[in-house]
Design a binder for this molecule. Structure first.
Ligand code: SAH
Length: 221
């Protein structure tokens, strides 16, 4: 693993965690999950030296692995409990999936590139992660057979919140999703459903994600 000690004795991962904490990711369980997830495993060979930098990096199929700060912030906003079943749309490298898997009972994750999905599955297997159920397909429709979910996280930018995802959120559920026009900055939105099923939306912060393909997005190799 590329977690090496620098001149001042801090490891790359410890340095990253300190930086995330200073930026407002303060939940100790979330910080712990981030520290224990070897990001270098999820980053392509070419970018190994930057694996513990706080930046998004390119992965296969023209997609990106999310910035650790954003992964931390979204994970924290979900207010996860150990018994939760979480739906993730956009597996990508599987990095966010691995972080979630340390915090909840089950993670259901959907990806529309077969290549990315099988690479992510191999990484999760290598880490001996056993509570992730993954599927190839279009996440816009959610995962009706496994619904409802305690929490939902969308890691691609949507032009609007897919109605199926709202429907598949349990009462007292929370969803985080970047929403905005394609090829522009999105707003990270927190969607909450109260015990009587009433839905509220709140803006959290501006973010920049790869677009969520909508309207019959074809699953791809
Ligand atoms: N969380 C990932 C980042 C993924 S980037 C990580 O940490 O690595 C966004 C991912 O969403 C891409 O892999 C993209 O292929 C996927 N995606 C986009 N639209 C989708 C859709 N409609 N259904 C499922 N996955 C989708």
């Amino acid at each position: 693993m590329a977690d090496v000690h620098d001149d001042d004795g801090k490891t790359d991962s410890a340095r990253l965690i300190l930086s995330l904490r200073s930026q407002g990711v303060t939940d100790p369980k979330v910080l712990n999950a981030l520290q224990e997830t070897p990001r270098d495993l999820f980053v392509p060979e070419l970018f190994q030296e930057r694996a513990w930098e706080d930046s998004a990096l390119p992965i296969a199929c023209g997609q990106t692995i999310s910035q650790p700060y954003i992964v931390g912030l979204m994970t924290q906003a979900l207010q996860l409990e150990g018994w939760h079943r979480v739906l993730e749309i956009g597996t990508g490298s599987g990095y966010q999936t691995a972080v979630l898997s340390k915090l909840v009972r089950y993670v259901y994750t959907i990806e529309r590139y077969r290549t990315l999905l099988s690479e992510a599955e191999a990484r999760l297997k290598q880490l001996d992660v056993q509570n992730v159920i993954s599927r190839f397909g279009d996440g816009i429709d959610g995962w009706p057979e496994q619904a409802p979910f305690d929490r939902i996280i969308v890691t691609a930018g949507a032009t609007r919140i897919p109605p199926a995802l709202i429907a598949q959120l349990k009462p007292n559920g929370r969803m985080v999703i970047p929403v905005g026009p394609n090829n522009a900055t999105q707003q990270l939105m927190l969607v909450t459903k109260d015990s009587s099923g009433r839905v509220r939306r709140r803006n959290v912060m501006p973010v920049s994600f790869i677009p969520l393909r909508e309207g019959g997005a074809r699953p791809l190799d």
